[in-house]
Design a protein around this ligand. Structure first.
Ligand code: C2E
Ligand code: CA
Ligand code: CA
Ligand code: CA
Length: 278
């Protein structure tokens, strides 16, 4: 074994390729990231269509790795899912997002909401309701200002169970959002039964809006479907003024994307457009 110089040992096998080794090292590091305060939440604004006011923010996880710099979730979340570490990380995210929301309230933004992504493993934890309840109480958050985003794929894995879990969660007063909508295969019957208040159209559809007429057709259909089920529609990944105009015209309530604001650390949100007066 070879000492990794920080928190213990990494097994070193000459046969292992560089990428696998580096992945293993990252995995080791992740165990300490929480304790060492290396995890951060960035916040991406959600704007009332077409360009404001700001309705709230989606919390997006980042890892400030001491050697590798700022890492986005694609570098470490798949691994955290496999090892189960995502559960403790996810609980930290819920708590930290609630703490930040409380700060915003004290700073004069009582209507802002915060959305947190739940991994499927975290969604299936029997103590999730308890974790959310405790975070709301600890930070004195009005429950309706916390949204829990669950992907369509997660929600459809065991639809009856998802209805049960989401019913329990929404009884607390929090909102549920179906994320990455359009990429899974929802049964309309279940979609109707899910106690969600919002659908988020996946970035992939928004991306292709101008280039492929099929995507425009799909997006129009999703918006119509959401409206018939009395769900709010959020479009993510809005990058151009054309997309902004098209989505607003279709009746999307909320827009999120680089055009309006990238995910940023909380100390930078005062730089956002339409920040004042919202
Ligand atoms: P997501 O929930 O679909 O989040 C949207 C992703 O799209 C984010 O990537 C965001 O930075 C990016 N994005 C937003 N607007 C634009 C745009 O206009 N153009 C482009 N190209 N990208 C845009 P990010 O932050 O890298 O997160 C990736 C995924 O990681 C998220 O996808 C979510 O599934 C997951 N994730 C992030 N934070 C958490 C967390 O705290 N817990 C869990 N379980 N998953 C998380
Ligand atoms: Ca999301
Ligand atoms: Ca997405
Ligand atoms: Ca996603």
């Amino acid at each position: 074994t070879k000492n990794n110089g920080r928190n213990g040992y990494t097994f070193f096998q000459p046969s292992m390729n560089m990428q696998a080794q580096s992945q293993l090292q990252l995995n080791n590091d992740l165990w300490h990231a929480l304790d060492n305060n290396e995890l951060r939440l960035f916040y991406q604004p959600k704007y009332c269509a077409p360009r404001g006011p700001i309705l709230g923010f989606e919390a997006l996880l980042r890892w400030e790795h001491p050697a590798r710099g700022l890492l986005t979730p694609d570098h470490f979340l798949p691994m955290a899912e496999k090892t189960g570490m995502i559960v403790s990380i996810g609980n930290w995210v819920i708590n930290e997002a609630c703490r930040q929301l409380r700060q915003w309230h004290l700073q004069g933004h009582p209507h802002w909401s915060v959305a947190v992504n739940l991994s499927s493993l975290q969604f299936e934890q029997s103590n999730l309701v308890e974790t959310v309840t405790e975070a709301l109480a600890k930070h004195e958050i009005p429950p309706e200002l916390l949204t829990l985003e669950v992907t369509e794929t997660t929600a459809m894995r065991d639809p009856d169970e998802s209805v049960r879990i989401l019913t329990e969660l929404t009884k607390l007063g929090v909102k549920a959002s179906i994320d990455d909508f359009g990429t899974g295969y929802s049964s309309l019957l279940y979609l109707k039964r899910l106690p969600a208040s919002e659908l988020k159209i996946d970035r992939a559809f928004v991306n292709e809006l101008q280039h492929h007429s099929e995507d425009a057709t799909i997006v129009s259909a999703i918006v119509a479907l959401a409206q018939s089920l009395q769900l709010k529609v959020v479009a993510e990944g809005v990058e151009t003024a054309e997309q902004q105009a098209f989505l607003t015209g279709l009746g999307c309530n909320t827009l999120q994307g680089y055009l309006l604001g990238k995910p940023i650390p909380p100390e930078r949100i005062s730089e956002l457009d339409n920040f004042v007066g919202t």
